[in-house]
Design a protein around this ligand. Sequence first.
Ligand code: DC
Length: 215
Amino acid sequence: MHKVVAIDGPAGSGKGTVAKLIAQKLNLTYIDTGAMYRAVAYATLKNNIVIDDKEAIVALARNCEIDFKDSKTYLNGEDVSHEIRTMEVTKIVSQISSIVELRELLVEQQREMGSKTDVVMEGRDITTVVFPDANYKFYLDASVESRALRRFKENQEKGIESSYDEILENIKKRDYNDMHKEVGSLTRTEDAVYIDSTDLTIDEVVNKMIEVIEV
Ligand code: DC
Protein backbone atom coordinates (compact mmCIF):
# COMPACT_ATOMS: atom_id res chain seq x y z
CA MET A 1 0.00 0.00 0.00
CA HIS A 2 1.31 3.43 -0.94
CA LYS A 3 1.56 6.27 1.52
CA VAL A 4 -1.43 8.67 1.45
CA VAL A 5 -1.50 12.05 3.18
CA ALA A 6 -5.10 13.32 2.99
CA ILE A 7 -5.99 16.97 3.58
CA ASP A 8 -9.50 18.43 3.64
CA GLY A 9 -10.72 21.93 4.42
CA PRO A 10 -12.79 24.85 3.13
CA ALA A 11 -11.98 27.08 0.15
CA GLY A 12 -8.96 29.31 0.76
CA SER A 13 -7.71 27.52 3.88
CA GLY A 14 -4.27 27.17 2.30
CA LYS A 15 -4.55 23.44 1.56
CA GLY A 16 -3.05 23.80 -1.91
CA THR A 17 0.04 25.74 -0.89
CA VAL A 18 0.63 23.53 2.13
CA ALA A 19 0.08 20.27 0.22
CA LYS A 20 2.52 21.35 -2.50
CA LEU A 21 5.24 22.09 0.07
CA ILE A 22 4.68 18.79 1.89
CA ALA A 23 4.88 16.96 -1.43
CA GLN A 24 8.23 18.63 -2.19
CA LYS A 25 9.69 18.05 1.27
CA LEU A 26 8.60 14.41 1.58
CA ASN A 27 8.89 13.49 -2.10
CA LEU A 28 5.20 12.69 -2.61
CA THR A 29 3.02 13.31 -5.67
CA TYR A 30 0.67 16.26 -5.15
CA ILE A 31 -2.94 15.76 -6.28
CA ASP A 32 -5.28 18.77 -6.29
CA THR A 33 -8.75 17.19 -6.51
CA GLY A 34 -10.46 20.62 -6.68
CA ALA A 35 -8.59 21.16 -9.96
CA MET A 36 -10.29 18.01 -11.31
CA TYR A 37 -13.78 19.41 -10.55
CA ARG A 38 -12.63 22.74 -11.97
CA ALA A 39 -11.41 21.09 -15.19
CA VAL A 40 -14.86 19.51 -15.69
CA ALA A 41 -16.50 22.90 -14.97
CA TYR A 42 -14.23 24.54 -17.54
CA ALA A 43 -15.06 21.85 -20.12
CA THR A 44 -18.78 22.39 -19.39
CA LEU A 45 -18.49 26.10 -20.18
CA LYS A 46 -16.31 25.50 -23.22
CA ASN A 47 -18.82 23.03 -24.66
CA ASN A 48 -21.78 25.35 -23.94
CA ILE A 49 -23.49 22.77 -21.74
CA VAL A 50 -26.06 24.21 -19.35
CA ILE A 51 -25.12 23.47 -15.75
CA ASP A 52 -28.47 21.82 -15.00
CA ASP A 53 -27.85 19.14 -17.63
CA LYS A 54 -26.25 16.61 -15.28
CA GLU A 55 -26.28 13.74 -17.77
CA ALA A 56 -24.45 15.77 -20.41
CA ILE A 57 -21.86 16.87 -17.83
CA VAL A 58 -21.21 13.30 -16.67
CA ALA A 59 -20.94 12.13 -20.30
CA LEU A 60 -18.52 14.97 -20.99
CA ALA A 61 -16.47 14.07 -17.90
CA ARG A 62 -16.12 10.48 -19.13
CA ASN A 63 -14.22 11.91 -22.10
CA CYS A 64 -12.07 14.20 -19.99
CA GLU A 65 -8.58 12.98 -19.27
CA ILE A 66 -7.18 15.01 -16.40
CA ASP A 67 -3.45 14.87 -15.62
CA PHE A 68 -1.06 16.70 -13.35
CA LYS A 69 2.51 17.39 -14.43
CA ASP A 70 5.06 19.90 -13.05
CA SER A 71 2.39 21.69 -10.95
CA LYS A 72 0.20 22.14 -14.03
CA THR A 73 -3.28 20.75 -14.77
CA TYR A 74 -3.89 19.20 -18.20
CA LEU A 75 -7.27 18.50 -19.76
CA ASN A 76 -7.03 16.13 -22.71
CA GLY A 77 -3.41 17.23 -23.16
CA GLU A 78 -4.14 20.97 -22.99
CA ASP A 79 -2.64 23.04 -20.16
CA VAL A 80 -5.70 24.58 -18.44
CA SER A 81 -3.98 25.65 -15.19
CA HIS A 82 -4.90 29.30 -15.71
CA GLU A 83 -8.37 28.77 -17.25
CA ILE A 84 -9.63 26.69 -14.31
CA ARG A 85 -8.94 29.54 -11.82
CA THR A 86 -11.12 32.20 -13.52
CA MET A 87 -14.18 33.66 -11.75
CA GLU A 88 -16.48 32.07 -14.38
CA VAL A 89 -15.27 28.60 -13.46
CA THR A 90 -15.15 29.38 -9.72
CA LYS A 91 -18.78 30.50 -9.78
CA ILE A 92 -20.14 27.22 -11.21
CA VAL A 93 -17.73 24.62 -9.86
CA SER A 94 -19.56 24.08 -6.58
CA GLN A 95 -22.79 23.17 -8.39
CA ILE A 96 -20.91 20.94 -10.83
CA SER A 97 -19.16 19.15 -7.97
CA SER A 98 -22.48 18.30 -6.35
CA ILE A 99 -23.42 15.94 -9.21
CA VAL A 100 -23.31 12.51 -7.54
CA GLU A 101 -22.36 10.49 -10.68
CA LEU A 102 -19.57 12.92 -11.46
CA ARG A 103 -18.19 12.51 -7.94
CA GLU A 104 -18.23 8.72 -8.32
CA LEU A 105 -16.25 9.00 -11.54
CA LEU A 106 -13.63 11.39 -10.13
CA VAL A 107 -13.33 9.57 -6.78
CA GLU A 108 -12.51 6.39 -8.71
CA GLN A 109 -9.77 8.23 -10.62
CA GLN A 110 -8.42 9.72 -7.37
CA ARG A 111 -8.23 6.29 -5.73
CA GLU A 112 -6.37 4.98 -8.75
CA MET A 113 -3.85 7.84 -8.54
CA GLY A 114 -3.28 7.03 -4.86
CA SER A 115 -2.80 3.35 -5.57
CA LYS A 116 0.05 3.96 -8.03
CA THR A 117 2.37 6.15 -5.99
CA ASP A 118 2.81 7.93 -2.63
CA VAL A 119 0.54 10.99 -2.65
CA VAL A 120 -0.56 14.04 -0.77
CA MET A 121 -4.13 14.64 -1.88
CA GLU A 122 -6.26 17.62 -0.94
CA GLY A 123 -9.94 18.44 -1.35
CA ARG A 124 -13.19 18.20 0.60
CA ASP A 125 -13.89 14.46 0.90
CA ILE A 126 -10.41 12.92 0.84
CA THR A 127 -10.32 12.03 4.55
CA THR A 128 -13.95 10.83 4.57
CA VAL A 129 -14.72 9.22 1.19
CA VAL A 130 -11.70 8.88 -1.10
CA PHE A 131 -9.17 7.62 1.45
CA PRO A 132 -10.87 7.18 4.85
CA ASP A 133 -7.99 4.83 5.77
CA ALA A 134 -5.22 7.22 4.71
CA ASN A 135 -2.02 7.01 6.76
CA TYR A 136 -2.31 10.68 7.77
CA LYS A 137 -5.46 12.79 7.80
CA PHE A 138 -5.70 16.54 8.33
CA TYR A 139 -8.48 19.11 8.43
CA LEU A 140 -7.13 22.58 7.65
CA ASP A 141 -9.36 25.48 8.67
CA ALA A 142 -9.21 29.31 8.89
CA SER A 143 -11.69 32.12 9.51
CA VAL A 144 -13.82 33.07 6.50
CA GLU A 145 -12.44 36.65 6.47
CA SER A 146 -8.81 35.53 6.47
CA ARG A 147 -9.53 33.05 3.67
CA ALA A 148 -11.15 35.75 1.54
CA LEU A 149 -8.23 38.10 2.17
CA ARG A 150 -5.73 35.43 1.11
CA ARG A 151 -7.60 34.76 -2.14
CA PHE A 152 -7.82 38.51 -2.80
CA LYS A 153 -4.06 38.96 -2.33
CA GLU A 154 -3.34 35.87 -4.43
CA ASN A 155 -5.44 37.32 -7.28
CA GLN A 156 -3.65 40.67 -6.99
CA GLU A 157 -0.28 38.92 -7.28
CA LYS A 158 -1.48 36.98 -10.32
CA GLY A 159 -2.94 40.13 -11.92
CA ILE A 160 -6.49 38.72 -11.76
CA GLU A 161 -9.04 41.51 -11.18
CA SER A 162 -11.40 40.89 -8.25
CA SER A 163 -12.99 42.63 -5.27
CA TYR A 164 -12.63 41.50 -1.64
CA ASP A 165 -16.38 41.70 -1.05
CA GLU A 166 -17.13 39.58 -4.10
CA ILE A 167 -14.60 36.95 -2.98
CA LEU A 168 -15.99 36.96 0.58
CA GLU A 169 -19.54 36.39 -0.68
CA ASN A 170 -18.35 33.69 -3.07
CA ILE A 171 -16.43 31.86 -0.30
CA LYS A 172 -19.45 31.99 2.03
CA LYS A 173 -21.66 30.56 -0.69
CA ARG A 174 -19.10 27.86 -1.48
CA ASP A 175 -18.75 26.95 2.20
CA TYR A 176 -22.49 26.48 2.38
CA ASN A 177 -22.63 24.38 -0.81
CA ASP A 178 -19.54 22.37 0.14
CA MET A 179 -21.06 21.49 3.51
CA HIS A 180 -24.54 20.64 2.20
CA LYS A 181 -23.83 18.19 -0.60
CA GLU A 182 -25.83 15.00 -0.95
CA VAL A 183 -22.55 13.06 -1.25
CA GLY A 184 -18.97 14.07 -0.40
CA SER A 185 -19.81 17.00 1.87
CA LEU A 186 -16.97 18.73 3.64
CA THR A 187 -17.00 17.22 7.14
CA ARG A 188 -14.54 17.45 9.98
CA THR A 189 -14.02 14.02 11.50
CA GLU A 190 -12.50 13.20 14.87
CA ASP A 191 -9.67 11.13 13.46
CA ALA A 192 -8.33 13.98 11.29
CA VAL A 193 -5.75 16.28 12.91
CA TYR A 194 -7.40 19.73 13.11
CA ILE A 195 -5.27 22.78 12.32
CA ASP A 196 -6.62 26.34 12.39
CA SER A 197 -4.29 28.39 10.17
CA THR A 198 -5.91 31.82 10.79
CA ASP A 199 -2.95 33.04 12.84
CA LEU A 200 -0.27 30.73 11.48
CA THR A 201 2.22 31.23 8.64
CA ILE A 202 2.40 28.68 5.83
CA ASP A 203 5.70 27.36 7.24
CA GLU A 204 4.18 26.92 10.69
CA VAL A 205 1.32 24.86 9.23
CA VAL A 206 3.70 22.76 7.13
CA ASN A 207 5.96 22.12 10.13
CA LYS A 208 3.01 21.06 12.30
CA MET A 209 1.93 18.55 9.65
CA ILE A 210 5.42 17.20 9.07
CA GLU A 211 5.81 16.69 12.83
CA VAL A 212 2.70 14.46 12.76
CA ILE A 213 3.80 12.59 9.63
CA GLU A 214 7.34 11.92 10.80
CA VAL A 215 6.51 10.66 14.26
O1 DC B 1 -10.39 23.54 -3.70
P1 DC B 1 -11.06 24.27 -4.86
O2 DC B 1 -11.60 25.62 -4.48
O3 DC B 1 -10.19 24.35 -6.07
O4 DC B 1 -12.32 23.34 -5.23
C1 DC B 1 -13.17 23.64 -6.29
C2 DC B 1 -14.58 23.13 -6.00
O5 DC B 1 -14.65 21.71 -6.06
C3 DC B 1 -15.16 23.53 -4.65
O6 DC B 1 -16.45 24.12 -4.85
C4 DC B 1 -15.34 22.26 -3.89
C5 DC B 1 -15.26 21.18 -4.91
N1 DC B 1 -14.50 20.01 -4.46
C6 DC B 1 -15.20 18.91 -4.04
O7 DC B 1 -16.44 18.93 -4.02
N2 DC B 1 -14.53 17.79 -3.65
C7 DC B 1 -13.20 17.77 -3.65
N3 DC B 1 -12.56 16.66 -3.27
C8 DC B 1 -12.47 18.92 -4.07
C9 DC B 1 -13.14 20.03 -4.45
